[in-house]
Design a protein around this ligand. Structure first.
Ligand SMILES: Cc1cc2nc3c(=O)[nH]c(=O)nc-3n(C[C@H](O)[C@H](O)[C@H](O)COP(=O)(O)OP(=O)(O)OC[C@H]3O[C@@H](n4cnc5c(N)ncnc54)[C@H](O)[C@@H]3O)c2cc1C
Length: 296
């Protein structure tokens, strides 16, 4: 099918299998864009931010919309699972309630029904919610190309504004969230400055693994929407290892993040404001995670 859109003719290809989708991507490479839910891509086309000769629609590709849990593997979120599906999935709610809640914080229910997990991650918008949490959970992206399958840790997947580690001929097929340690608990706070359905001004995820005595084995803190990709500072996280997370230590970690981010300014907040809010939301995210039960 050929359509006229965004000032040019675009051929729409409709592969019927993952193999056909990978082959189409390999054939048309830089000239093509994959389209899943279309909630982000159609806006980009309309505004002529992208101008592909081909759109490879995943709408008729079966088998990529599962949301499952396997012991020893963890959660597997198919790239074509809708965000609403991930939000309401019984296994996501059971094994990682914070992740289910985070999917529930994306946009509004109409967008969540159309938008896909794979589209959200591949878009790599700096102000998306799920990437921040998926990075803290040490999730992996699975990519397919004619060269085969490869797994990319999400800590390495997001490169910069709208830029990922996916090659032009790679299709994202699923996100794998590994099983979390028994003592791990998480929180995600989304701070919006405009409408409640807006993207975040700041997103803060805290991931804490505590031992039986309540001592911190490991702390991870990721901040979204402040720079081109989720921000994490190992030096600040290391302060917490082997310690009890009291107010002074939490304040120190929060202050480190506020001082070391290089925040952007946009319509949701200035760099000055984001730096101050970073200190507040890192502290609150850690406090909330400490108050949460362990998630298995
Ligand atoms: C009104 C509105 C409000 C929003 N608010 C939020 C918010 O609060 N928080 C938030 O996190 N997000 C928000 N979003 C963004 C939304 O989550 C994304 O638009 C959506 O997740 C993209 O998914 P999609 O399936 O529609 O992707 P598409 O629009 O189809 O594609 C997006 C990009 O990903 C690529 N792509 C898609 N699937 C694959 C794949 N399997 N392999 C390789 N590349 C692929 C496409 O080529 C394109 O570049 C909002 C969007 C809208 C329209």
């Amino acid at each position: 099918m050929r359509v006229f859109f965004g000032m040019r003719d675009i051929d729409i290809l409709e592969p019927r299998s993952v193999e056909e989708a990978v082959a189409a991507l390999a054939q048309h490479g830089d000239e093509a864009k994959v389209i899943a839910g279309g909630t982000a891509l159609v806006l980009m086309l309309k505004n002529q931010l992208v101008s592909p000769a081909y759109l490879i629609s995943l709408g008729r590709v079966p088998g990529l919309d599962g949301v499952t849990y396997g012991a020893g593997v963890g959660l597997r979120l198919g790239a074509l699972a809708s965000i609403r599906q991930a939000e309401t999935s019984a296994v996501v709610r059971q094994h990682c309630p914070t992740l289910a809640e985070t999917f529930g914080k994306v946009a509004n229910v109409r967008v969540r029904h159309a938008a896909t997990v794979g589209g959200n991650v591949s878009e790599a918008d700096y102000a998306s919610d799920p990437p921040c949490v998926l990075v803290a959970l040490r999730a992996r992206a699975v990519a397919l190309s004619p060269r085969g399958r490869r797994e990319i840790p999400l800590t390495e997947f997001f490169r910069d504004f709208y830029e990922t580690a996916l090659a032009a001929d790679e299709l994202l097929t699923e996100i794998v969230v590994p099983e979390q340690p028994a003592g791990a608990r998480q929180s995600y706070l989304k701070f919006v400055t405009r409408s409640s359905e807006d993207r975040p001004c700041i997103g803060a995820c805290a991931w804490i693994d505590l031992d039986e005595a309540g001592v911190c084995r490991e702390l991870r803190v990721t901040l979204g929407a402040v720079a081109g990709k989720p921000q994490e500072f190992a030096e600040a996280e290391a302060l917490a290892a082997g310690q009890r997370l009291g107010p002074d230590l939490i304040g120190q970690v929060a202050q480190y993040y506020a001082e070391h981010i290089d925040p952007l300014s946009d319509a949701r907040g200035s760099a000055w404001y984001r730096r101050r809010m970073a200190a507040v939301f890192v502290r609150r995210a850690i406090e909330q995670a400490l108050g949460a039960g362990g998630e298995v």
